[in-house]
Design a protein around this ligand. Structure first.
Ligand SMILES: Cc1cc2nc3c(=O)[nH]c(=O)nc-3n(C[C@H](O)[C@H](O)[C@H](O)COP(=O)(O)OP(=O)(O)OC[C@H]3O[C@@H](n4cnc5c(N)ncnc54)[C@H](O)[C@@H]3O)c2cc1C
Length: 471
């Protein structure tokens, strides 16, 4: 008897374990596993350079665990799927859902088209703990505030489904009739991409090992330790989660079974923020390019290009900010505390529209994620849902004194200041000339003088934000 043939379309679910769509596609059927670089995807949100490199490496690893049977294409997904389906007598096409507005639009059309030809087409939840439509307020409207969303909505709802095992055996379809494949082995990473790859733990196996390492070493002091960028108290799983090399359900169920402490509770609530970002993206898709709070549309941004470049290069003269921006450039990642500090500095001290910051992060972060990046930036700018109030301007000096007291983090990324006494490491412009000279520092030459006065720029920001209140 000839076996049924199914397609599983890999997207942000680059794993074999706990993959509902893959499990379905492999049941009593032969499998054609595919990945498509969508040529029709919105240009503005085409993968950034850092996450592209991660993706390529991840696909290579996935291909290995699929006995080199992964077919990779580039082009129009509908056309590619239709051709594969028609040429290989396919009975079912399956995938796990994504939530970006252009993906929802594209997938809806594809699903309709495939079903027209009497082929089964089913989609699954492989990326979220709770689907956006499962968590709504009593009146049926979406949440806009995190705490009730998570504590009441998510935790008050059914628990996230348990992870599925890897399909016990995958029977691959032999001699698949296909058009041109896209050869990712031929894509060359540039030098910057190659260098950041040294900081990446890519693929399903590494993601799981990292989770185990974090549970053993970082989780026990997560609640406090997560604020200190020189401590290894965070999971660093964001890119693995973004590409679906590990599922939130796998993490949730492993951590949930541990002793319930303030640390485990806090860690699970951060997964809750990931859910919240996706919830916002689903219900307010325009947030990817517009302020959620419309009154911010009139904000008098300065958008000084010179200042933006200095921020991007980590040359603002504010050590904690520069350390964060250089961490991003050198490693393809940035600690959450720094994301908030450099974000606040860009938007509030430099008065540069958050969208410029989001764009830079999009290109440089391994974990660049349309839901989390958008929500993170709108939060920091004060224009999003449940956002930091506009008058909360992070002071990068006090942040640095509090969370990098002896300057371990600053010294790592701003080595020009390595010999400076930590009393002045957070604000070298306040150091007496003799102290600077003993440390081999000449402000404006070996390290920049601050590009803004923190106090003045804070007042200027508050004034500008006040105009919104009155408008
Ligand atoms: C301006 C700004 C931009 C951001 N851009 C992104 C982005 O593009 N991609 C991204 O994944 N995160 C983004 N974040 C959220 C957060 O900084 C990262 O998820 C976190 O630093 C990742 O490190 P980790 O994996 O060690 O997190 P952990 O502290 O170990 O947390 C575990 C997981 O929970 C999720 N998570 C944690 N914090 C948040 C949060 N604040 N919002 C949403 N999910 C969260 C992540 O998936 C993370 O991997 C951004 C935050 C800000 C302030």
């Amino acid at each position: 008897m000839t076996k049924k043939v199914n397609i599983h379309w890999f997207r942000n679910d680059l794993r074999l374990d706990d993959n509902p769509s893959l499990t379905k596609a492999t049941e009593n059927s032969e499998l054609i596993p595919i990945y498509i670089f969508d040529e029709n995807a919105t240009i503005d949100f085409n993968q950034g350079e850092a996450s592209f490199t991660w993706l390529y490496e991840s696909l290579k690893l996935l291909n290995k665990s699929l006995e080199n049977r992964l077919l990779i294409f580039k082009g129009d997904p509908l056309k590619i799927l239709k051709e594969l389906k028609n040429n290989n007598n396919v009975s079912g096409v399956y995938w796990n859902r994504n939530y970006a507005p252009w993906e929802i639009k594209r997938d809806t059309v594809i699903k309709q088209e495939i079903k027209k030809s009497d082929t089964e087409c089913e989609t699954f939840n492989g990326n979220l703990l709770w689907e956006p439509w499962e968590i709504l307020k009593k009146d049926g409207t979406p949440y806009k505030v995190f705490t009730p969303f998570y504590r009441k909505g998510c935790l008050g709802s059914s628990p996230p489904r348990s992870p599925l095992p890897k399909p016990p055996k995958i029977n691959f379809k032999q001699d698949v009739v296909k058009n041109n494949e896209f050869d990712i082995e031929k894509t060359n990473a540039n030098n910057w991409q190659k260098s950041i790859l040294n900081h990446a733990l890519i693929g399903e196996k590494k993601a799981f090992e990292r989770l185990e390492f974090f549970i053993k070493n970082g989780l026990k002091n997560y609640k406090d330790g997560r604020n200190f960028p020189s401590q290894d108290n965070v999971s660093k799983l964001a890119p693995n989660l973004h590409f679906g090399e590990i599922s939130p359900n796998q993490i949730w169920h492993i951590v949930y079974k541990l002793e319930n402490t303030l640390n485990t509770d806090h860690f699970l609530s951060e997964l809750g923020w990931r859910e919240f970002s996706n919830h916002l993206l689903y219900y307010f898709p325009h947030i990817i390019s517009e302020n959620l709070q419309k009154k911010f549309n009139n904000f008098p941004w300065l958008n000084d290009e010179n200042a933006l470049i200095k921020w991007q290069k980590g040359m603002t003269g504010i050590p904690f900010v520069d350390a964060g921006m250089r961490e991003l450039w050198q490693t393809g990642s940035m600690h959450n505390r720094l994301r908030m500090v450099v974000g606040s500095f860009l938007v509030k001290n430099l008065l540069i529209d958050w969208k410029y910051g989001a764009k830079w992060f999009w290109n440089c972060l391994f974990d660049a994620d349309i839901a989390n990046n958008t929500a993170g930036w709108q939060w920091i700018a004060g224009c999003g849902a449940d956002a930091a109030p506009y008058f909360r301007v992070f002071n990068p000096v006090t942040q640095s004194e509090k969370f990098d007291k002896i300057g371990t983090y600053i010294k790592k990324y701003v080595p020009e200041l390595i010999n400076l006494d930590h009393k002045f490491l957070h604000c070298p412009w306040e150091a007496p000339k003799s102290v600077l000279s003993n440390a081999g520092i000449k402000l404006g030459e070996t390290y920049p003088s601050p590009i803004v006065d923190l106090k003045m720029s804070r007042l200027k920001a508050l004034e500008a934000f006040n105009t919104l209140k009155s408008s």
